[in-house]
Ligand binder design. Structure first.
Ligand code: AMP
Length: 147
């Protein structure tokens, strides 16, 4: 089996994000692969505590939200030693953007977290589910355990 050359971490800055990030970093070190990361901001972001603050909805605040997300991304990227040109901050659908970034950058492994939802949540589809079904490269779903 050929080793992975370019690994993409899909980072959502959630409480379990570190587990997923550490797994991606471990694999990148093991395979001596390039490590990139992507975070996708929802177009309809109203309030989001993930960025360390809660902001009332206002279109003019998009730039501020982007800056906050960038800062969050920089903190994680520095911890993982990810170069600036390997950090992708996108807006839109998380699933579609993760797949697009992976394809445009010849990524051969995407690392996402998976809450192992079932029933209704699975029918509605999670990001992990979407990436797993639509990506052309390998996908590692790191099982996350909700308390
Ligand atoms: P979810 O489907 O929201 O439970 O998320 C599953 C996994 O998809 C997360 O652990 C992340 O790896 C990835 N993910 C979800 N949302 C985003 C996002 N906005 N940007 C980047 N990755 C995401």
């Amino acid at each position: 089996m050929e080793s992975y050359k370019h690994i993409l971490l899909a980072a959502d800055f959630s409480e379990h994000g570190e587990t997923v990030a550490n797994r991606a970093k471990d694999l990148a070190d093991k395979y001596q692969a390039k490590l990139s990361m992507v975070h996708v901001m929802d177009n309809l972001l109203i309030t989001d505590a993930s960025y360390g603050m809660t902001i009332p909805f206002d279109l003019d605040l998009t730039a501020e939200l982007m800056a906050a997300a960038k800062k969050r991304m920089a903190t994680l990227a520095e911890k993982l030693a990810i170069d600036e040109d390997c950090r992708w901050l996108e807006t839109g659908s998380a699933t579609l953007e993760i797949i697009r970034v992976a394809e445009e950058n010849q990524v051969d492994l995407i690392v996402v977290g998976s809450h192992g939802r079932h029933g209704f949540a699975l029918l509605l589809g999670s990001t992990a589910n979407g990436v797993l079904h639509h990506a052309r490269c390998d996908v590692l779903a790191v099982r996350l355990h909700d308390e």
